[in-house]
Ligand binder design. Sequence first.
Ligand code: HEM
Length: 464
Amino acid sequence: MPVNLSNPRPLAWDSASLDADTRAMLDNLQPNILRAHVREHLAVLILRFNDAAEGRRYLREIALTHVKSARKHLEEVREFGRTGRNGTPYVGIGLSRAGYRDLGHSVADIRKFGDAAFKDGMKRRIAEVSDPPVEQWERAYQREIHAIILIGDADPEPVERLRQRFVRDLPESARVLGEESGTGMRNPAGDGIEHFGYVDGRSQPLFLADEVEREPRTNWDPFFPLGNVLVADPLAPNPSRHFGSYFVFRKLEQNVRAFRQIEEDLADDLGLRGEERARAGALLVGRFRDGTPITGKEKAGGGPVANDFTYDGDDNGDRCPFSGHIRKTNPRSFGREVVMARRGQTYGERTDVPWDDAEPHTRPSAGVGLLFMAFNARVADTADGRFGQFEFMQRSWANEPNFQVEGTGHDPVIGQGEREIKVVFPKTWNRPDRTPAMRQVTQTVTMMGGEYFFMPSLAYLRGL
Ligand code: HEM
């Protein structure tokens, strides 16, 4: 039975009755796609090859020795749950369109990839998503990138060991164009946060039965069919068993000082005092810092970070504005086909305490941010009219001031492009009163560079 990418039931990956094709798919899929891999410590190598044979040999060797399968990863997670034994490090390999070409693939081969954004490369898509001109990107990303290697683990040592080894083994003809490193940040409750101080990574599409079953799902169903992230690997020996995923990588710098000042100014404009002031930031993000969705509660707090909610009953944005980052990027009552698996990681050192209320001037204004990473089945819209995921979300939702309702404004966190129109905010939670029209908050997240990759099947990589 061919792998059913639209199976309406979550994948029971360890079921004895799993069909042979799905089994082969899991044995040949890279980890971190269907389920997030632990990557509290992450190293990223951005590479360029200049010799096809040497590049192939290098990647094949890493794939054979260090890239585990999705199934192995899932087994490790199960084992950790039972015995507390740590799994092996995550190693992931992605190739850009230029990378496939440089590894010796023909134009005809590359045409087999369905995604227009991947085939163009990120530099040629800046107009689509209002990215800054390439000349303003960091040097490493201005160059032609062929491959990305991700190395992740719960501890720093295995990551550093593998990083050194992969750099050492690089053939003479190849170059490390750039490196990134990310370290997870957590609040006192132990939840992962991003640099503005908010809990991040909570809302995800889930594909596996054991993950779905753990979630309350009365209002919002976090289950998505495999086709949300997987596509047949067109260059693998058997594309009906060998799958991959388009991987979006973007380095997004966060001006934390400016964002914190914006929160304070908005709280002043709304006349908020004391603990109420936290509502200002929640209006921008859609969640309070501790992750509490503002559509459900006027104040933060009250147990584990909720995700079983929709915006039903908040039809006019009286609680969560339509512009709020999480409402913009997942309206929840439509647009499920646009949802993508986010696997981001924070980068940059902090000497301050990211989740506390210290003054904005004590915050970093550069050098910290998010290595935004996401797996997609479609980055761009398709020729036959299906919406893309990353590009559609960034362009038609985050950057679109009239998305959902005229005059909504840009996504205040990630919106790009001129913020010309004025906007209003709900003054009192769950009441129809609004502030006078005011200028939109300024942009505090800057795209520093990135690339579109394909994360191929192990069958492809091992056969290089
Ligand atoms: C959720 C912050 C970039 C799409 C969130 C959340 C935070 C956050 C705090 C709430 C946690 C959660 O619901 O999981 C940020 C910051 C960014 C950034 C600080 C940049 C530095 C992006 C980008 C996109 C994106 C570039 C896509 C174009 C989403 C989506 C959700 C989300 C889809 C989940 C919404 C939901 O399902 O309710 N982000 N984000 N984010 N973000 Fe971002």
